[in-house]
Design a protein around this ligand. Structure first.
Ligand SMILES: Nc1ncnc2c1ncn2[C@@H]1O[C@H](COP(=O)(O)OP(=O)(O)OP(=O)(O)O)[C@@H](O)[C@H]1O
Ligand SMILES: [Mg+2]
Length: 261
């Protein structure tokens, strides 16, 4: 029997840590491994998942929230068969949805993606009520950070906010733009020590993606880097992330409670 889709969100404290690029490339990597993937652009006011996939949708979540379209009608397909639910850019009121609207959107997202294996949510940075709802409704929240001190501090704040809202034993963290595996390991250890001491949360390194010029190059080509440069160091990081997520044990409920290693 088919399992329910695995719904994963990628919160970060600080902006610009690479969430959108990681989600787009991870979607491609999972899709190339035979998985059905739907990506929700949860960045409701500065959408750019569609841009990264080089698709130009006529309808977006704005039309759904205005009641003009159903969610199933705005789905677009990007390469290689990744389905995308696009948001709109520059529509500020969308970033402050009412609670009822958010819940409706999440319900419909799960319905539209029920035949998928993975539902990936790209969120804006920070923990606004919109982001929090996406995070808390996910099966897994993967916190994204970079080696920058401010990013690490904000990642810890994100872990804290999540663990205060929902009992969380473990939270996976991905270090992006790392100089190397050693640096990523050190960062995980640093966040892990504080999280274990003050939050009783075990931080697990889910992966690291090196700083790699092929990422901005792929952005310029409007392609996920995993598609444009499949053998680049960044793509190797994403391949390993995809592999781990495909093997994850989903028997424990709640964001971040999964056993991954
Ligand atoms: N591993 C990497 N190596 C080099 N550059 C990277 C890497 N990952 C992301 N970038 C660059 O960082 C910038 C921000 O990436 P991205 O838009 O994916 O971040 P984000 O977390 O989604 O941002 P926001 O918080 O604004 O939504 C982009 O210009 C991208 O090219
Ligand atoms: Mg983004």
């Amino acid at each position: 029997m088919k399992k329910n889709p695995y719904m994963i969100s990628f919160p970060s404290g600080k902006g610009g840590v690479g969430k959108t690029n990681i989600v787009a490339s991870l979607a491609v990597a999972l899709s190339q491994r035979g998985k059905k993937v739907v990506v929700l652009d949860g960045d409701l006011s500065l959408a750019n998942v569609d841009l990264l996939f080089g698709v130009n949708p006529s309808f977006t979540l704005q039309h759904v929230l205005l009641g003009e379209k159903e969610l199933s009608e705005i789905l677009v397909e990007g390469p290689p068969g990744v389905r995308i639910i696009p948001a709109s850019s520059g529509v500020d009121e969308l970033s402050q949805l009412r609670e009822g609207e958010r819940r409706r959107l999440i319900r419909e997202f799960k319905l539209v993606g029920r035949d998928a294996d993975f539902l990936l949510i790209d969120t804006p940075p920070g923990l606004t009520p919109n982001v929090m709802d996406f995070v808390l409704t996910s099966d897994l929240a993967v916190v994204v950070t970079t080696p920058e001190v401010t990013s690490i501090t904000d990642a810890y704040a994100t872990i804290k906010a999540i663990s205060l809202r929902r009992p969380t034993k473990q939270l996976p963290v991905v270090v992006n733009m790392a100089g190397g595996e050693g640096e990523a390991f050190e960062i995980i250890e640093r966040i892990g020590l504080v999280a274990a001491r003050f939050l009783q949360v075990e931080v697990r390194g889910l992966g690291f993606i090196p700083s790699d010029q092929s990422v901005p190059q792929a952005v310029a080509e409007q392609k996920p880097f995993y598609l444009a440069f499949p053998h680049s160091p960044a793509s190797q990081g994403v391949a390993s992330l995809a592999q781990k997520l495909m093997q994850a044990d989903r028997s424990v409920n709640g964001p971040g409670n999964q056993q991954i290693s």
